[in-house]
Write a protein that binds this ligand. Structure first.
Ligand SMILES: Nc1ncnc2c1ncn2[C@@H]1O[C@H](COP(=O)(O)OP(=O)(O)OP(=O)(O)O)[C@@H](O)[C@H]1O
Ligand SMILES: [Mg+2]
Length: 271
């Protein structure tokens, strides 16, 4: 089955939020939902600081079976510059044309070792912190910002935790920004700050997802604290013990009730 809805094809969706709010879980659940709907999906693990990352979460793989870091394709951490020191776009090793201008053709350009392809989902990992003192992860964020591919893929990008990457302009090439909020005041204050960033850069497609919602009362408290921002909510995902179980087992995420909540979010995005 191929999906005929063109609204999201080729679009880049950034999933952002505070540490532990559920970005990676939601990215995985969204990828599976898109897959069931017949989309081609590209998932980019853009979080340098979580070693297990999406490859473990989505496919239950061990680190030795992970794909090679995408930053190596662009020459490694020594070649790619941090977008704050050098805002210029990402380029290939032997080609000065910026990637955002000349989009990457995955099948022609990128060797298999750099991604995992399974059941209609292609997964890349931008880069991981491997060595003590290796330096700023800005270069990895430039890869996340500018890794723009040809084709109909719905691009799901699991952003680094927090809001530092906004300071590095990661949201520049993003079509839809989703912010995941767990029930904490930290998440509420991040939402307010990110909303200001969106106003500043004219980003209209900004949606909030409330995650780990155990009961109506908690949801209502969050709505109250969000004030006007509650209009930006595009979905609410319940607290689901099945997610906790599979996170501890290290198995890939099993069917869960939260999947239904995510399906509703995807259907909203399609409209
Ligand atoms: N809806 C949910 N119900 C229950 N547990 C959840 C839910 N969403 C996420 N979790 C759990 O919360 C923890 C954090 O989730 P996850 O790793 O997806 O967050 P993250 O934002 O990607 O974190 P990090 O900032 O470390 O990358 C995990 O243990 C995950 O299993
Ligand atoms: Mg994560």
């Amino acid at each position: 089955m191929t999906n005929n809805n063109n609204t999201l094809k080729g679009k880049r969706i950034l999933i952002s939020g505070k540490g532990g709010s559920g970005k990676s879980t939601i990215t995985s659940l969204m990828a599976k939902t898109f897959q069931k709907k017949g989309y081609k999906i590209l998932v980019l693990d853009g979080d340098a600081s979580n070693p297990r990352g999406l490859t473990g979460l989505m496919f239950g793989l061990e680190e030795k079976n992970f794909p090679r870091a995408l930053i190596d394709f662009f020459g490694g951490i020594g070649k790619v510059t941090c977008p704050v020191d050098d805002p210029s776009p990402l380029t290939r090793i032997n080609d000065n044309i910026p990637v955002p201008e000349k989009k990457i053709e995955i099948s022609k350009e990128i060797p298999n070792e750099y991604f995992i392809e399974k059941d209609g989902i292609i997964l890349f990992q931008a880069g991981k912190i491997k060595k003590y003192g290796q330096g700023c992860d800005g270069p990895v964020e430039k890869v996340v910002r500018d890794f723009i591919v040809k084709g109909d893929y719905v691009n799901l990008i699991d952003a680094p935790a927090g809001i530092e990457h906004f300071g590095r302009g990661i949201s520049k090439n993003v079509n839809i920004l989703l912010l995941v909020l767990d029930p904490t005041l930290e998440s509420i204050s991040i939402a307010k700050r990110v909303n200001e960033f969106c106003d500043d850069i004219g980003m209209k497609n900004f949606g909030i997802i409330l995650n780990k919602i155990e009961k109506e009362e908690i949801k209502n408290q969050m709505l109250e604290k969000l004030g006007e921002l509650k209009d930006k909510i595009i979905g609410v995902i319940r607290y689901d013990p099945k997610i906790v179980e599979s996170a501890l087992d290290g198995t890939s995420l099993v069917e869960s009730n939260a999947q239904n909540d995510v399906k509703m979010i995807v259907e909203k995005l399609e409209k």
